[in-house]
Write a protein that binds this ligand. Structure first.
Ligand SMILES: Nc1ncnc2c1ncn2[C@@H]1O[C@H](COP(=O)(O)OP(=O)(O)OP(=O)(O)O)[C@@H](O)[C@H]1O
Ligand SMILES: [Mg+2]
Length: 356
């Protein structure tokens, strides 16, 4: 087991002027499960592949433990990677698939069998060891791919969207199993996903990337409660935080009937971005704040959300708010929503950075 350090590591692909990964600095602790998350094309896979040695590093360095592996061959890094399209060998049994890496490494037959049996038990794959991959379900195949990585007892696991081939229910189950397994084995893991819910539920810490640049790396709760900028605020949380760009007059911003003094945060600025999470907008019957005209009501069973428009300072904003699931409003209804000023997030209208 080992820690992982990215030290201002960049990767620029030939023919491109912009780095795919731009001076990434990140310290992943020994035994930690770190999730890399961000929109498509933000550099998640490239970051992971740089760590695996499958992509070049143009500047900066990467360490596993104390060892600088920036120039090391993939096979010398003692890592195991599970890809999105984990190809199992179709002509080999589950046991042979799992043991193949060990066989290549010259491990004895007895040792391979012992390790495969141990990991099969861990993953609940004992009864499938003799089967070919085509006789397995998607979830079982995914576990075999995991097993193939685990039997090698690497210092670090790298996972690149390993669950994207699974249906929604199986994905939720399997992500819980992976997180549990990782904690049990105590092996450092870097896990890539574009799904922020997956990131938030699995990670000890979550690193948010945008356009190759690390935005914030923090435990899930901190990311949710104190996003460092407008991008992270909008990316983390489902439904997303309501973000409204509003004018400042006399050091104050009016959010419907509620006035917030922002003179300390925004000396001289003419606009500010106000962020309010859907669950912070409450309709308690007496609320003062915003009037929402409801366009859509989404009922999810234990939760309900209403989507609609509010008018603030002469401009219309799309808003989502949590509704009472026992008594959701009808489409077309007008609902008064209040909120707690202390829970409002504020961001610079110029560069999106969080204002305290
Ligand atoms: N081999 C390559 N040659 C040139 N450009 C590449 C190459 N691989 C990736 N890129 C570019 O680098 C950027 C980052 O790609 P990367 O695959 O790391 O994104 P990602 O965050 O994993 O996205 P996704 O969620 O879609 O998998 C993208 O703009 C992509 O087009
Ligand atoms: Mg990718």
């Amino acid at each position: 087991m080992a820690s992982v350090t990215y030290d201002r590591a960049s990767c620029v692909f030939p023919g491109s002027t912009k780095p795919a990964v731009d001076r990434l600095s990140l310290e992943i602790k020994d035994g930690e499960l770190l999730v890399l998350v961000g929109p498509s094309g933000c550099g998640k896979s490239t970051s992971l592949r740089m760590l695996a040695g499958l992509e070049h590093v143009d500047s900066g360095s990467i360490l596993i433990g104390d060892r600088d592996v920036t120039g090391a061959e993939p096979k010398d890094r003692d890592i195991a990677m599970v890809f999105q399209n984990y190809a199992l060998y179709p002509h080999m049994s589950v046991a042979e698939n799992m043991g193949f890496g060990l066989k290549l490494a010259g491990t004895s037959k007895a040792e391979i069998k012992a390790r495969v049996d141990e990991v099969a038990e861990l993953l609940g794959l004992e009864e499938f060891l003799g089967r070919k991959p085509k006789a397995l379900s998607g979830g079982q195949r995914q576990r075999v791919a995991m097993g193939r990585a685990i039997v090698r007892k690497p210092q670090v696991f790298l996972m690149d969207e390993p669950l994207s081939n699974l249906d929604a229910k199986l994905r939720v189950q399997t992500r819980a199993q992976i997180a549990e397994l990782q904690r049990r084995l105590g092996t450092t893991m870097v896990y890539v996903t574009h799904d922020q819910v997956e990131a938030m539920t699995m990670g000890d810490r979550v690193a948010v990337l945008k356009d190759g640049v690390l935005q914030q790396c923090a435990p899930p709760r901190e990311l949710y409660n104190r996003p460092v900028n407008e991008f992270v605020a909008g990316f983390i949380g489902s439904p997303a935080m309501n973000l409204m760009r509003l004018p400042i007059a006399d050091g104050k911003v009016s959010v419907g009937e509620i006035e917030i003094d922002v003179s300390r945060e925004t000396s001289g600025a003419t606009e500010i971005v106000i962020g309010i999470r859907p669950e912070q907008l409450v309709d308690d019957g007496t609320a003062t704040g915003l009037e929402l005209e409801v366009d859509i009501v989404e009922e999810l069973g234990a939760d309900a959300y209403m989507y609609g428009r509010v008018e603030v300072a002469g401009a219309r904003h799309q808003i989502v708010a949590r509704a009472d699931w026992r008594n959701p409003p009808a489409r077309g209804a007008r609902v008064r929503l209040g909120f707690d000023v202390d829970q409002v997030h504020m961001f610079s209208a110029v560069d999106g950075r969080r204002l305290e």
